[in-house]
Design a protein around this ligand. Sequence first.
Ligand SMILES: Cc1cc2nc3c(=O)[nH]c(=O)nc-3n(C[C@H](O)[C@H](O)[C@H](O)COP(=O)(O)OP(=O)(O)OC[C@H]3O[C@@H](n4cnc5c(N)ncnc54)[C@H](O)[C@@H]3O)c2cc1C
Length: 381
Amino acid sequence: MSGLMEIDSKYEGVIQDARKLADSVEPYAMEADESSELYQPILDALRASGLSALMVPSQYGGWFDTVDPLAVCLVREKLMRSSSHLDSLFALQGIGSYAISVAGTESQKEEWLPLVSKAEALAALALTEPRAGSDLKGIETVVDQKGAELILRGEKSFISNAGAASFYTTLAKEGDGYSLFLVPADSDGLETSPSPEIIAPHVLGELKFNDVVLPQSARLGEPGTAFRNVLATLSVFRISVAGAALGVMTGAIEEAVKHCTQREQFGRSLIKHGPVATLLADSWSDLESSRFLTYQTASLAIDDPAKNLDKSSLAKLTATEAACRVVDRCVQTMGRWGLIRGSKIEKYYRQARPMRVYEGASEILRLGIANGMVEEFSDGS
Ligand SMILES: Cc1cc2nc3c(=O)[nH]c(=O)nc-3n(C[C@H](O)[C@H](O)[C@H](O)COP(=O)(O)OP(=O)(O)OC[C@H]3O[C@@H](n4cnc5c(N)ncnc54)[C@H](O)[C@@H]3O)c2cc1C
C-alpha cells in the first residue's frame, strides 16, 4: 500500500530500508508486541538496519544534517504496521536524545549521540510522575546543589524504555525553574521497576531517584530551560505519532479488505454489501486525509519545528483519533474474526488506543490548537 501522495525522492532510501526492516521482523512481531520487556531480536534488527541514524545530526553519525521529521514519520508508518515494539524502540532513540542534539554540550553530544545513532545506547525521556501527567509543571522531582555536585530526588512513572535505556533525559525542578538532566542508567541510587502492564504491552517502567549524585555537567542546556527543550522535542516527535497511526490504519485496512473480499454472505463478498463498503471506504478516506495532513505538517516542521507545534498537534490529534475509528470499523467488517485474541486486527485495536493518550492527550492538544486558532483565524485573510 503506497498511499496517494508523492514523496520527495531523497526519502526513497529511507522508505526502502524501513520497509525491509519492517518485513524482517514480521516472523516474531506478534510475540515481540506482547512483551513488556526489551525483545532482543527487535533491537538487533533495528541496529542492523542503521535507521537509528535518522535520530541524530550527521555530525554525530546521523543520516541528515538535522533530525528530519518527515523521514521519522515515514519510517514510523512502516515500522508500526509490523511491530509497535520496533516502532517504539526506533522513536525513543529520537525522543530521548533530541534534547542532547539541541541543547547538549559538545562533550555530551560526543559521548552519547554516536551511540544513539547506532542503537548501541538506548534513550529515554522521563517527564511523567505518579502525580503529574498532562500538567508537567506539577512535578515533584527536584535537584539540589550540594557543594560542586547536584542531588536528584524523586520518582518518574510510565517511562518508555525504563529498565532497558542507557540514559534518561530527566525533567526536574531546580530552584524556581525546571531543568533537564542527563542521567546515566548505571547511576548509583537510580532504581527501575516495571509499570503496570497496559492493553498494548510496551517497555514501560517506574524510576526512583534516591539522592542520585550528578556532576554539574549532567545538566542539559542552561538552568531553567527544560520546557524550551521539551517543546523542541515535541515539535519534532509529536507529529511522528501521527506517522505511526498511519501504520496502524494501513495494517487494519489491509486485514479488513482481505477478509471482506474472501468471505461471502448472502451470495456475494462482504465488500459488495453497501454498509460494509461504507465502513471500508470511510476508513480509507480517514487514512488518506490523515496521511496528507501528516506528511504536509512534517514537511513544514523540517525548517522550523517550533513554529509548527500547533499544526503537529493537529496532525497527531487527527491521525490518532482516526486510527481508533478506522480500527473499530475494520473489526466490525470482520465479524467474529475481528475479535480473535492474538490476531493482527485485535493487536491493532489495542495498539491504536494508547496513541490518544501519550505525547499529548487529545484533550490537551485541543486546548493548544484552540489557542493557536486565535492567531490563525483573526487576520481576515
Ligand atoms: C504507552 C505509553 C508510553 C509513555 N511513555 C512515556 C515516556 O516515555 N515518558 C514520559 O514522561 N511519559 C510517558 N507516558 C506518560 C504519558 O505522557 C501520560 O500518560 C500523558 O502525558 C497523560 O498523562 P496522565 O496519564 O497522567 O493523564 P492526566 O494528565 O491525568 O489526564 C487524564 C485525562 O484528563 C484530561 N485532562 C487533563 N488535564 C486536562 C485539561 N486541563 N483540560 C482538558 N482535559 C484534561 C487528559 O486529556 C486525559 O484525558 C507514556 C504513557 C503511555 C500510555
